[in-house]
Design a protein around this ligand. Sequence first.
Ligand code: SF4
Ligand code: SF4
Length: 251
Amino acid sequence: MKTKRNIIQIDEELCDGCGNCIVSCAEGALEIVDGKAKLVAEKYCDGLGACLGECPTGALKVIERDADDFDEEAVEHHLEATKKAEAPAEPAMACGCPSAQIRTFDAPTPCQRANEPVAQTSAQSALRHWPVQIRLVPPNAPFLKNADLLVAADCTPIAYPDFHRDFLEGKVVMVGCPKFDDAQGYIEKFAGIFTHASIKSVTVVAMEVPCCGGLPMIVRRGMQLAGKNIPMEQIIISTQGEVLRKEKLVA
Ligand code: SF4
Ligand code: SF4
């Protein structure tokens, strides 16, 4: 039923598709479609405007107009359905795909390094565990305990050629895309990790493009939910593969 009530309004001219509002909307009422924020359904928006302060371009405001009533039960179903849709698929192969199998690898000893052919030593992998996808790493993975955590946007290791050497060495890494993945699921995943794993520090590496700006926010929200204040730094990479800036973040 339509009644006059407060509801979000999005100015598409101003919206740059950064996705910050998606992360800040606990009801899942907003999504990015063709690079612009859209209201999924009127009944999912409570009209309280939790997303307003997160919009860097002033594209959001709460207005009063005729709209479907806010429906808390519908929101719960919607969030549940989104979570299921985003859940990792079961291994498709009868033999069992090992993509989610938890493993750790030892670093080569100084002796092993010294005996490696020169051609191989120029590109050592700094990865010491598996899996690496945010959605596949369980909060209780043993390699997370007391770790320095590196959270990287999917595009960053492609854009930045010395990713292993400059960012990954000595860290546990989790990768994902704030634009295409389930932001709310990731917030809950990080909340679980920060609650259980005694993480020592967090470095977030994201691309300069606006849609990647949601990644630090996802990590921050997870930390806030866990009630932790772990030292956090963000590194922004240009599409040309340069470090544009490094800055400390506050949880
Ligand atoms: S927060 Fe970003 S995606 Fe959301 S309305 Fe503002 S500019 Fe658009
Ligand atoms: S640059 Fe865009 S597509 Fe790439 S990881 Fe960041 S949000 Fe995803």
